[in-house]
Design a protein around this ligand. Structure first.
Ligand code: 2IT
Length: 448
């Protein structure tokens, strides 16, 4: 491998020894762009890789709030402004007890290249808190969001940094966050957050965008393979925003989702999550205070597999839509043994690097997260455009743009892989295409 790439990976490991998830993505991305670095000796001369693995700015802050009994709690808040070469920092906020610096740096690093792939002018960022929304009342969520924004507001703005949702942050939380931002800043800057409700500048199709985008990307892969989504079976994990949007589009395209999952197990529904009632129930579960995937199995009378993941179920297509690293070697081996031919990442970094290599070397077509799930942030950027011009577009208009963006992400990834003699490797292709644009922008903006 390229000696410069190897050196920067080693240095990054030394500097961030306590950040395994961040090191996982840095290793994966830098390894796959080695051929580009080979072709551009000026990158090393300008310390480009050393700069790209170091966030431009990382903010950590105290969030103090009171629960319904008046008891105070303290959480840690974060915003990682990773790379602003292509546009204002852009990326979601995650509220989940597992949030720490390593998780947010991995998400922020991935976001740089994902956002680059969308073709839209957005830099890479991520933020959030180790706050656990599970079991909290609506009033507690509101007070937490207000406390979080009281500090965050000084670091963001429509042309500076534009947060959105991620795990644990949906339309309700964005509303409370925006309310506090507006109260403090006293100006109508609704482009400061995306994923807003429709009444004050949210975009049609933004809730569906990540899941729809997964399928628009998958359609390009199926076309490449002279195959069709119609009649295929799908295993999904998760039951949140991404799984919901994907299930909706899969049903529309004539496929059948047979699994969804939560932290405590998975549901197997051989009839398929194909009716409106079932798909809407995912939204209902998510909105309930003590959401639990078992509710689905009880309501629709199907199997609940406690403590298990869905990857042992025989399907044509696997789409993880939950959190990071749920697929290791064991799960990759199960997918291959079951003859699963397609694997698309709805979640961010749902598999280990070894699992991805295993899937690819056993003939599974892998669509990587930063390409496959880019539809969410892409429509966020379209929401920013609408907010800037103070207009809103029809759902047909947004949906058509989303489709074209997903097609261009697939095509650019395939073209980059082809250019470097890598065949139809959509993983390396996405890394190369995403990286190349950021690298060009950073080189032309001088050393900083
Ligand atoms: O992982 C992601 O791309 C997101 N959570 C969406 C970010 C955004 O700014 O819409």
């Amino acid at each position: 491998m390229n000696a410069y790439v190897e050196r920067v990976i080693e240095e990054t490991k030394k500097k961030n020894a306590d950040q395994p998830e961040f090191l996982q993505t840095v290793t994966e991305v830098l390894t796959s762009i080695a051929p580009v670095v080979d072709a551009h000796p000026e990158y090393e001369a300008n310390a480009l890789l050393e700069r790209i693995v170091e966030p431009e700015r990382q903010i950590m802050f105290r969030v103090a709030w009171t629960d319904d009994e008046g008891k105070p709690h303290v959480n840690r808040g974060y915003r990682i402004q990773f790379n602003g070469a292509l546009g204002p920092y852009k990326g979601g906020l995650r509220f989940h007890p597992t949030v720490n610096l390593s998780i947010l740096k991995f998400l922020g690093f991935e976001q740089i290249f994902k956002n680059s792939l969308t073709t839209l002018p957005i830099g890479g960022a991520k933020g959030g808190s180790d706050f656990d929304p599970h079991g909290k009342s609506d009033a507690e969520i509101m007070r937490f969001c207000q406390a979080f924004m009281t500090e965050l507001q000084r670091h963001i703005g429509p042309s500076t940094d534009v947060p959105a949702g991620d795990i644990g942050v949906g339309g309700r939380e964005i509303g409370y966050l925006f309310g506090q931002y507006r109260r403090i800043r006293d100006s109508w800057d609704n482009g400061v957050l995306t994923g807003k409700p429709l009444t004050y500048g949210g975009s049609l199709i933004r809730p569906e965008a990540t899941g729809y985008g997964v399928l628009y990307y998958a359609q390009q892969v199926f076309a490449h393979e002279n195959d069709d989504i119609k009649g295929k079976t799908f295993a999904l994990s998760g039951y949140g925003n991404v799984a919901w949007g994907a299930a909706k589009k899969i049903a529309e395209l004539g496929g059948k989702v047979v699994t969804i999952s939560g932290h405590n197990g998975y549901v197997y529904d051989p009839e398929g999550i194909v009716t409106e009632e079932k798909i809407n129930y995912l939204l209902e579960m998510r909105a309930s205070k003590n959401a639990n995937i078992r509710m689905y199995a009880e309501k629709f009378g199907c199997e609940f597999h406690e403590g298990e993941k869905p990857w042992g179920v025989k399907v044509d297509v696997a789409i993880p839509c939950a959190a990071q690293n749920e697929i290791g070697m064991k799960e990759a081996e199960q997918l291959v043994a079951n003859g699963t031919k397609y694997y698309f990442e709805g979640a961010n970094m749902p598999a280990t690097n070894e699992a991805i290599e295993y899937l690819q070397s056993h003939g599974v077509i892998v669509g990587p997260a930063k390409a496959v799930n880019a539809g969410g942030v892409a429509v966020s950027a379209l929401e920013m455009s609408q907010n800037s011009e103070r207009l809103s577009w029809t759902s047909e208009e947004v949906d058509a743009k989303l489709y074209n963006i997903m097609k261009s992400i697939h095509d650019a990834s395939a073209a980059s892989a082809e250019e470097y003699g890598l065949g139809y490797d959509l993983v390396k292709g996405a890394n190369i295409a995403g990286f190349q644009k950021v690298a060009d922008a950073m080189m032309s903006q001088g050393l900083f």
